[in-house]
Design a protein around this ligand. Structure first.
Ligand SMILES: Cc1cc2nc3c(=O)[nH]c(=O)nc-3n(C[C@H](O)[C@H](O)[C@H](O)COP(=O)(O)OP(=O)(O)OC[C@H]3O[C@@H](n4cnc5c(N)ncnc54)[C@H](O)[C@@H]3O)c2cc1C
Length: 239
């Protein structure tokens, strides 16, 4: 059988495309080299808990159409992402907001927080930052840099902040309200039945082959479909 579309990747992009194509009467073959659908959003049900295998995924958007679109495939819970950072056994709210500043400096008002940050920026006295550390000190002062930026950044990049270029951080978002919500979007949540069940619905009407890499597939049968939608890494596609 020749399909209208060969869709490489059963992640969010591939699944939305497949749903729209099937809705328009097109035949679709979806392949993914992983042993499951849902791409990086994949959730596995372990003892009744939806474990997000590739890292926690919170669906968020301010676009009402997108929110209504995704809600046709799943009901969402009211999860609000309010992360907490641990620094030397102390807990701090992220993104940096008045709850964070209050904990660090034992203060209450935005004016007090702004004054401390300005004082520490002035003390740093950095006009032309030569590296990421100097850039961060110039932007937010020593306390926030040392407690909340330094360790996180060095772990992420595997390098000392003094060896990283300054341009990596242009600004550090600071919130002067008591709001721990990580996202600024109007709508956010996690599908109640897990992401994988949501993707099953999105892929209804298409043939799905797992553990199938496009590379092997392309060699074996290039005339499988009229068109190919490739959602993997583009550098890999061009080798
Ligand atoms: C840890 C983490 C946390 C995240 N948290 C959030 C969040 O909270 N909110 C949010 O909006 N976004 C989040 N994201 C981003 C989100 O995961 C992506 O934007 C989204 O999954 C992208 O969908 P996609 O379909 O483009 O790619 P993917 O989900 O990566 O799907 C691509 C699929 O293509 C397959 N593939 C690739 N190459 C081939 C090939 N040659 N042959 C066959 N199959 C192939 C892969 O196996 C994969 O399953 C997070 C990402 C990560 C990594």
């Amino acid at each position: 059988m020749k399909y209208d579309y060969l869709i490489v990747g059963a992640g969010l992009f591939g699944a939305v495309f497949t749903h729209e194509a099937v809705k328009r009467g097109r035949t679709c073959l979806v392949v993914d080299r992983r042993g499951h659908i849902a791409g990086n959003c994949y959730t596995q049900n372990m003892d009744g808990i939806h474990v997000h295998q590739y890292g926690a995924h919170i669906f968020h958007t301010s676009d009402k159409n997108i929110w209504e679109y995704i809600n046709q495939f799943a009901d969402f819970n009211n999860f609000v992402n309010a992360p907490i950072a641990v620094y030397r056994d102390e807990l701090y709210n992220l993104p940096f907001n008045m709850n964070t500043f209050s904990k660090i400096w034992n203060i209450k008002t935005p004016a007090e927080a702004r004054a401390i940050i300005e004082k520490q920026r002035a003390e740093a006295n950095i006009i032309n930052p030569r590296n990421l550390e100097e850039q961060a000190l110039a932007l937010v002062g020593r306390d926030i840099y040392e407690k909340l930026i330094k360790g996180y950044t060095e772990k992420q990049w595997g390098m000392d902040c003094k060896e990283l270029p300054a341009f990596i951080i242009k600004r550090v978002p600071l919130r002067f309200t008591y709001d721990n919500n990580y996202f600024n979007d109007t709508y956010q949540g996690i599908p109640i039945g897990g992401y994988t069940a949501m993707f099953e619905k999105m892929l209804e009407g298409a043939d799905v082959r797992l553990n199938t890499d496009y590379r092997d597939f392309a060699e074996r049968g290039s005339d499988t479909a009229g068109k190919i939608l490739y959602t993997g890494a583009i550098d890999e596609f061009f080798q």
